[in-house]
Design a binder for this molecule. Structure first.
Ligand SMILES: Cc1ncc(COP(=O)(O)O)c(C=O)c1O
Length: 369
């Protein structure tokens, strides 16, 4: 059994993809070729947003808007520690300070009550200037944007949705990519919509922010390729990756449905998985369960592994306890829900092509816990 099966999917798209790649080999525009612009149009249409700006990774999709806003030393950016390291890394790279907010035990997404408490703490301390919030749509489930937007307005903060795992998700029919001031997704191969390398995209309805982001992704250039208007980076998507995404986008909705079916099957026999609030649609990038203790979690992993069923722990280390973030001064116990989840959570195989037999074998083993 595979944790993630990309081969079956590849068989479905291989022929039209080869045709597209051959076309790129013929026209030779390997970077920012016509496929990139076709993809951007289709992505914007899909999400129902004015601008989709493709870029080199999900990490750069987060970094570029922060650069456009001029986030830097002395600024506080609020996010959760129970996410992939990239979410906090982009804040630190710019010299700003990540301020970690704990997550809800049920959804693993940012706890809005705690968010307001942390913002007020920063204001009271007076050392940092609150500037932005990066809510993470963990495992594909959108965060609570109605409440987050209210808090952002109250404290005059920008919101950048970390939608690296949630492209395809929605709240009350409104798609991921349309929440906050800007959203960032990843096309890393393991994501629900993934390419065959690194890739990402930025989504926004803000015309001037879109212009700045487009410039930053090409070394800060606007009119003249060799005369930079601002500090930027090499953040472009290449044409072959765009071609992969264009073919995968054609079967994406069908695959989301298939992921939904897998999730429903899992939920019939697992009652300790991520809570899905009413009217929220997750992109189901991952399917995780929380066990009663670290020992029970580790025991389940061992039993599944003995039966050749792969698992992965997302996330074994909450970011505030990683060596790289020691300089922020957090200690064990500061963010108890994130720490507890790290000890008790495990992700099961999740992809559109899991067979009934595979789900049945997982059921058999989890039943005997
Ligand atoms: C929540 C989250 N944010 C950001 C990223 C970074 O995306 P990328 O790997 O494309 O740079 C990831 C990738 O796994 C992610 O899961």
């Amino acid at each position: 059994m595979e944790f993630l099966d990309l081969k079956t999917q590849q068989k479905r798209i291989r022929k039209p993809l080869e045709k597209r790649i051959n076309k790129i080999l013929d026209h030779g525009a390997y970077i920012m070729g016509p496929e990139v612009f076709e993809l951007e149009e289709k992505l914007a249409d899909y999400c129902g947003v004015k601008h989709a700006i493709s870029c080199s990774s999900g990490t750069d999709a987060l970094l570029i808007p922060l650069m456009a806003w001029g986030i830097g030393p002395g600024d506080a950016v609020f996010t959760t520690p129970f996410t992939y390291v990239a979410t906090a890394e982009v804040i630190s790279i710019l010299g700003a300070t990540p301020v970690f907010v704990d997550v809800y035990e049920s959804t693993y997404n940012i706890d809005c009550g705690m968010l307001e408490i942390e913002i007020n703490k920063v204001i009271k301390e007076g050392k940092l200037k609150p500037k932005a919030i990066i809510p993470v749509d963990l495992f594909g489930l959108p965060a609570r944007y109605r409440i987050i937007d209210k808090i952002a307005k109250k404290y005059n903060l920008k919101v950048i949705e970390d939608a690296a795992q949630s492209f395809g998700g929605s709240i009350r029919g409104k798609r991921v990519g349309t929440f906050g001031d800007v959203a960032a997704t990843s096309f890393y191969p393991a994501k629900p919509l993934g390419c065959y390398g690194d890739g990402g995209a930025i989504f926004t309805n803000d015309d001037s922010l879109a212009e700045e982001c487009k410039a930053i992704r090409i070394h800060g250039t606007k009119q003249d390729k060799y005369n930079s208007e601002m500090i930027g980076l090499n953040g472009r998507l290449d044409s072959i990756q765009a071609a992969v995404l264009l073919e995968k986008l054609k079967i994406f909705d069908e695959e989301l449905e298939m992921r939904n079916t897998v999730s429903s099957c899992y939920r019939k026999f697992l009652n300790n998985s991520q809570y899905l609030p009413k009217d929220y649609q997750s992109a189901l990038a991952l399917f995780s369960v929380v066990l009663g203790s670290k020992e029970k979690r580790d025991d389940l992993i061992t039993r599944l592994s003995k039966n050749n069923i792969p698992t992965v722990i997302y996330y074994k280390f909450p970011i505030h306890l990683m060596n790289a973030f020691k300089y922020l001064g957090y200690s064990k116990g500061d963010l108890p829900i994130s720490e507890s989840l790290s000890n008790k959570i495990v992700s099961l195989p999740m992809h559109p092509y899991i067979s009934r037999e595979d789900i049945n074998s997982i059921q058999l083993i989890t039943k005997n816990k």
